[in-house]
Design a protein around this ligand. Structure first.
Ligand SMILES: Nc1ncnc2c1ncn2[C@@H]1O[C@H](COP(=O)(O)OP(=O)(O)OP(=O)(O)O)[C@@H](O)[C@H]1O
Ligand SMILES: [Mg+2]
Length: 271
């Protein structure tokens, strides 16, 4: 479903508050978090986090274990509600007021660290399910695909490098191929913001390189936020890097900037 059709179905909650002055939003801004705090039993997983992502941007997020990277994605996708702060998508949509399904329908897709493909179905069927929406698996698979839908599946198979293996059972794919299939499931839903949590964890060097190529082909036409620990991979993406530490932004800039930042070295890279 695209944003236009959703807008006709239900009113989206709009933000009336302006972002705080320190936040550099502009007409290019697709997503911003402003002063977001999330506490678990008094521990602040996110602590007054503010962040701006532009439309079409590729952004990498790094930081030590427990820095709040996954929690940040949980907040954007509506899995976790912040105690305080604003999360704004698109022109003016307040994501903190929406549930996970409504946020996915707005065009925000997420890939968890562990692939969640249907292992017993084929590559093609996994994409087919993602395309049609999951209204009950067998009912969905019985409904015939039209030519345009077949074309879209073929296009995504090509993008994720699985054109030769549509009939392969997803469970038989390599770990890397499963990750690509899962990215394909986001692409086929035409999500405009993709959140990828540690996409190359557990991949071989070759698969990691191929994943970087894949992500680079996606950026521009979509907005992509990638969380990773693999610094060589992060460098190969050549994107702006945000370093999270203790729930807020410690540093932001080019890979060279953050890799030579004394506090980043102290709390993360030097360890
Ligand atoms: N549901 C939860 N209940 C309690 N504590 C949580 C919950 N989710 C996250 N935390 C805590 O919040 C902190 C931030 O966790 P988060 O998973 O966001 O870190 P991360 O930056 O993704 O780390 P990693 O690099 O290890 O994936 C951690 O201390 C974690 O234990
Ligand atoms: Mg994490």
């Amino acid at each position: 479903m695209n944003v236009t059709s959703l807008a006709l179905k239900q009113p989206v909650p709009e933000v009336t508050r302006a972002p705080s002055r320190a936040l550099a939003t502009s007409a290019d801004t697709l997503l911003y978090l402003d002063g977001v705090t999330v506490s678990f039993d008094g521990f602040k997983a996110l602590n007054n986090l503010s962040l701006v992502i532009d439309r079409g941007e590729l952004r990498t997020i790094i930081g030590p274990n427990g820095a709040g990277k996954t929690t940040m994605m949980d907040v954007i996708t509506g899995k976790t509600k912040p105690d305080t702060g604003t999360v704004v998508f698109g022109a003016n949509v307040d994501l903190t007021k929406l549930d996970e399904t409504a946020i996915a329908n707005l065009g925000i897709g997420r890939k968890f660290q562990k692939p969640t493909v249907f292992e017993n179905l084929t590559v093609f069927e996994n994409l087919e399910l993602a395309l049609k929406g999951e209204r009950g698996m067998w009912k969905t698979l019985r409904a015939l695909l039209n030519g345009e839908q077949r074309g879209r599946i073929a296009e995504v198979l090509k993008t994720i490098g699985l054109s030769e293996r549509p009939a392969e059972t997803a469970g038989a794919l390599s770990h890397g191929q499963k990750q690509w299939l899962e990215i394909g499931m986001l692409l086929i839903q035409d999500q405009q913001l993709l959140l990828l949590d540690e996409p190359v964890a557990g991949m071989t060097d070759h698969e990691t390189k191929q994943t970087a190529e894949l992500i680079l082909t996606l950026a521009g036409s979509r907005t992509v936020v990638v969380v990773e620990h693999d610094m060589e991979f992060v460098r190969s993406l050549g994107a702006r890097v945000t370093v999270l530490h203790e729930g807020s932004v410690l540093a932001e800039g080019s890979i060279d900037h953050v890799q030579s930042h004394p506090r980043v070295i102290e709390v993360y890279l030097g360890r």
